[in-house]
Design a protein around this ligand. Structure first.
Ligand code: 13P
Length: 252
């Protein structure tokens, strides 16, 4: 990681977290941080929307920020079941993940929609974690850089910048599988994304680029030390306080 960029360790709880276990997890993280764990990186947890307010309350006054996992492009209106970025902010979130591959796959989200969601996040004063990543078939066809380059260019709105936007490179085939790219492959993609960011808009190369996909305590140190990796977006391992703290302890 470049020393100019502070590491960010973000936990994506996905569709996991009833109220009691979510609060227990939040409190365990808060206790760990109060005890000196995870001292170097910036920390965010992204619980399911139903418990954002409760988790935000439990983490108030700690170094751990709270984020949403998705938002609608609009601020309010007739969109049954959707949540606006303003609502997430109102519940205590300061960040929102947009364009996760599970949303791109399950809900047909396009780069254009993801860019609009990132813009909605910024409108509401939230930072956006914009996710990109190739499928296994795309990697096998040698299309990885073309795919992530296209997603990057298409998923960032005007008004994005290092202060309000973080990129998360998550190879789809590495999510929840226990498989990860080699460190050389991670460095190749992150280096490529850094160059593409600079080409898209000078200054954008200062955005943090997180790696996500089967980050665990035993591989976190190596992944976080790879060139141009500025942190991690953690799924399964973020559901265990000790694992998430151990990953965060590995950040440079
Ligand atoms: P896992 O860490 O469970 O592979 O999930 C990664 C992810 O999708 C984070 O957004």
């Amino acid at each position: 990681m470049d020393s100019r960029r502070r590491a960010l360790i973000a936990g994506n709880w996905k569709m996991n977290g009833l109220r009691a276990p979510a609060l227990a997890l939040a409190r365990a993280l808060a206790a760990g941080v109060a005890g000196g764990r995870a001292a170097r990186p910036e920390l965010v947890v992204c619980p399911p929307a139903t418990v954002i307010a409760a988790v935000a309350e439990a983490l108030a006054g700690t170094r751990i920020a709270v984020g949403g996992q998705d938002c609608h492009v609009g601020a309010s209106g007739a969109h049954t079941g959707d949540l606006s970025a303003e609502m997430l902010a109102d519940a205590g979130a300061s960040v929102v993940i947009v364009g996760h591959s599970e949303r791109r796959a399950d809900h047909g989200e396009t780069d254009q929609l993801v860019a609009a969601k990132a813009a909605a996040a910024h409108r509401a004063g939230l930072a956006a974690i914009v996710c990109i990543g190739e499928t296994e078939a795309e990697r096998d066809r040698g299309r990885t850089l073309a795919v992530v380059g296209g997603q990057l260019a298409g998923s960032l709105p005007a008004g994005a910048g290092p202060a309000n936007t973080v990129i998360a490179y998550e190879p789809v085939w590495a999510i929840g599988t226990g498989r990860t790219p080699t460190l050389a492959e991670v460095a190749e993609v992150h280096g490529f994304l850094r160059e593409r960011l600079k080409a898209l808009q000078p200054g954008w190369e200062e955005m943090r680029i997180l790696y996500g996909g089967s980050v665990k305590p035993d591989n976190a140190r190596a992944l976080l030390a790879a060139a141009n990796v500025d942190g991690a977006l953690v799924g399964g391992a973020s559901l265990k306080a000790e694992d998430f703290l151990a990953i965060a302890d590995s950040a440079l």
